[in-house]
Design a protein around this ligand. Structure first.
Ligand SMILES: CC(C)(COP(=O)(O)OP(=O)(O)OC[C@H]1O[C@@H](n2cnc3c(N)ncnc32)[C@H](O)[C@@H]1OP(=O)(O)O)[C@@H](O)C(=O)NCCC(=O)NCCS
Length: 258
């Protein structure tokens, strides 16, 4: 069932932290609760539970699939569209379509120059469109993540990095272009983290039992709980919202994203 005309305050009751105003969510946002988006610009994205965009500054995310527990620093740009490098012109008048840039087409000056909707597949249709930010990835302030890239689970992107290639799980990358400086943990520990996939489980009942400052001990604790069957899946309520005529329109999705 669709609930229409919600304010940012109403949406908070469904576990999504937004600043007021409906202009910052474009097309659709699929989210698991709780998620913290504030006033950042998200276009056709999905975000897992406990993921947050830092409250400060303005970040943009385009067609990004973001896992659980991701941390996005302010003023980051994730997955912006690419323009063709080897066409007559890189300007959208050569390659776009009304569905991609409806505002540009609102001016007749542009519409008479640019391709029509029925002009067949566009450049954008042939390009990688989705960018992936893994579970518990930590993206430092002012980062650029190229469209189509995958930032691995547990990976770290240093502040002001430009990421143009996939980042392996649990790698720390810095710089422009971003290069691996080290891994967060030794290989055997990384393998255990990836096998455990702790982000799939409800850790709340264990918060005073595991010492999160000691990764190996905490891993061992959760591996044991998983083996004995006492680690329950995290099943957050999951929604889709989009800007509607009078506010946000919201649907409840049948299953979590992960
Ligand atoms: C990437 C980062 C996590 C690394 O932290 P760290 O493990 O303590 O690593 P170090 O400080 O030991 O740095 C390792 C090397 O990378 C370099 N480096 C670190 N961060 C860098 C960055 N953002 N850009 C370029 N180089 C960087 C260091 O100078 C050092 O190089 P050196 O070995 O030649 O001296 C940290 O520097 C960073 O960028 N944090 C982001 C903070 C942020 O954005 N917070 C927002 C929270 S929402």
């Amino acid at each position: 069932m669709t609930v229409t005309g919600l304010t940012a305050h109403d949406v908070m009751q469904h576990g999504l932290m937004l600043d007021s105003g409906s202009s910052r969510i474009a097309i659709e946002l699929r989210f698991e609760r709780p998620a913290f988006v504030y006033g950042h610009r998200l276009k056709a994205c999905s975000i897992g539970a406990f993921t947050y965009f830092n409250a400060a500054g303005t970040s943009s995310a385009y067609r990004c699939n973001i896992g659980r527990y991701a941390q996005i620093g302010e003023s980051s740009i994730l997955g912006p569209p690419e323009h063709p490098m080897d066409w007559f012109s890189s300007h959208p008048f050569t390659f776009t379509r009304p569905k991609y840039m409806p505002n540009m087409y609102r001016f007749e000056d542009f519409a008479r120059l640019a391709p029509e909707a029925q002009d067949g597949p566009s450049y954008a249709d042939s390009m990688p469109i989705e960018t992936t930010i893994g579970h518990e990835a930590y993206v430092g302030v002012g980062s650029f993540i190229k469209r189509g890239v995958r930032i691995g689970h547990g990976a770290v992107v240093g502040a002001r990095s430009a990421v143009t290639r996939d980042v392996p799980d649990y790698a720390i990358v810095v710089g422009s272009p971003a290069r691996i400086v080290r891994m967060r943990f030794a290989e055997p520990l990384v393998e255990r983290f990836l096998k455990l996939q702790w982000w799939l489980y409800d850790l709340a009942p264990h918060k005073n039992k595991a010492d999160f400052s000691k990764p190996e001990a905490a891993l061992a604790y959760f591996e044991e709980r998983l083996a004995e069957g006492s680690l329950a899946r995290l099943s957050p309520a999951t929604y889709s919202i989009r800007p509607g005529a009078t506010g946000y329109d919201l649907d409840t999705l049948p299953a979590p994203l992960f």
